[in-house]
Every structure is written in C-alpha cells, then in structure tokens.
Design a protein around this ligand. Sequence first.
Ligand SMILES: Cc1cc2nc3c(=O)[nH]c(=O)nc-3n(C[C@H](O)[C@H](O)[C@H](O)COP(=O)(O)O)c2cc1C
Length: 262
Amino acid sequence: MSFKPGSTTTPTVIPATTSAASLPASPEQAEHHLNAVDQAIISRQSMREFLPTAVPHALLELLLELASRAPSGTNTQPWKVYVLQGNSRDGLVAKVCEAHDALRAQPELAAVYKEAYDYYPEKWVSPYIDRRRENGWGLYGLLGIGKGDKDKMHLQHQRNFRFFDAPVGLMFTLDRVMGRGSLVDYGMFLQNIMVAARGHGLHTCPQAAWNGFSSIILPHIGAGPDEMLVCGMALGYADESALVNTFRTPRVSASEFSVWLE
Ligand SMILES: Cc1cc2nc3c(=O)[nH]c(=O)nc-3n(C[C@H](O)[C@H](O)[C@H](O)COP(=O)(O)O)c2cc1C
C-alpha cells in the first residue's frame, strides 16, 4: 500500500482487529455497536514484546501522514519524528543499554542523565501513586519479578532500551521555544499514531523511559540543540503470545471522573 503526502486518494480502510480486552459489558454499551474507530481505540494497549517482522516503509509513511491530522493550537503542528530502523536503531540500543548498565553501577551518574521536562510529579500523592504501584507491581508480578529481584527488574526495565525488540523505534522532539501547550498537541499526535497503527494490525508502546538519556539520543539521531526529547515509541507487530503482552490495565469508569452539569 502506498499513500503519497497530499494525495487526494482515500487510503483503504482496514477494519481493526480487537485483541485487547473489550469494554465491560453493560446494558448501555450493549446498545451501541463498536465500530472500527472504537475497536482501534480499545485494542490499543502497550505491548512489550515484538516480532522481528519488518514494517513496510509505505505503511510507516501512512501512519505519520494520518497522525499529522491531529489538531494543534493555531495549527502549530509542533511535532518532529525520527524513525529509527536497522543500524540507527541498533546503534542507539547499544549506547543506551550501556549507559543504563553504567547508571546502575554508579548511581551518582543520575546527575548526568536528567529529563528535559518533568513528565512525572516530583511528589507523588494518592490516587496517582496507588495506580502507579498497581501498574508496576502488576506487570512485574505477571513476569514473576518480586520486590527484591533487582537484577530482573533492571533487565525488564532495559527491555525499554531495546524497543522491546520492535524493528521500528520512534523518537519525538519538540522545539524548545514552544510552550507547555505543545505537549497537549503532542499527546494527540502520539495517540493518532498508536490508534492508526491498530487499524493496520500494528502495536506500539509509548516510552518516557528514554527521556533521561536525551544527551545520548539527541546527538545520535542528529537533533539540534533547539530540540527537546518528548518521548520514544516502539512500533511493530506484537508477539501476541508473549506473557508480558497479556498484561491488561484497568481504568476508572467515566462515571467516576465525569461531573455532569445542567
Ligand atoms: C507518554 C507515555 C510514556 C510511557 N512510557 C512508558 C515506558 O517508558 N515504558 C513502558 O513500559 N510503558 C510506558 N508507557 C505505557 C503506560 O505504562 C501505559 O500506557 C499504561 O500503563 C496504560 O496501559 P495501556 O497502554 O496498556 O492501556 C507510557 C505511556 C505514555 C502515554
């Protein structure tokens, strides 16, 4: 399949396959048919084990063209994407895994590996800390990693820096002159990539884990000093039989986070 930028041809719509948990059955939901968009949204989950199957170049281009339809304040379109495959991908994996190992051996190196922006709060409070713990220990528990298994934890965390074996690694940067609102725009762009990927049988894992290593990543990808690393993302065909990919995350129901006013 090919899709040329600016083409007026509508790309073929392939119905999304639902491999993730469906929305909980309830009488209200049963009244509604889940269309292809709904299915692409609910079948997106963070996958952490990928097959080596190559992703066609034209499909990667299509995903990025689709993602570019994301809205952004005054249409600023603040995104810039680096697509890493082959040697560029493998070279970055080698460099960051080495740095990650060194950081474990010498924790004082943490001062060198700082994130450019505070993705997470400095001080964690409930209910966010509870959800974070449930998520982390849920994943490690599934993999049989206990609280004292520091080696296993390190290795599992390092899977991030191998893009979970996905053949495609994406790095996203933002011009440092832009404001915080551009990160709102960026989230929509990232979600577009992830949902569009589902429509074509692909899976993703968005990754903030890379952010601390931007001093290695930015020169490796050829980004200028005016660019800030927003996050990375693994993209490819998931190994659906892998234990780690059976991990499903809960959500607070809409009735709990919505306030209806009349
Ligand atoms: C911006 C962003 C960064 C994330 N960074 C990581 C990461 O570095 N490593 C990882 O394994 N998961 C990462 N995640 C995935 C979250 O843990 C995941 O989205 C959340 O637990 C909900 O699960 P789900 O994506 O399967 O629905 C990230 C998610 C987002 C949106």
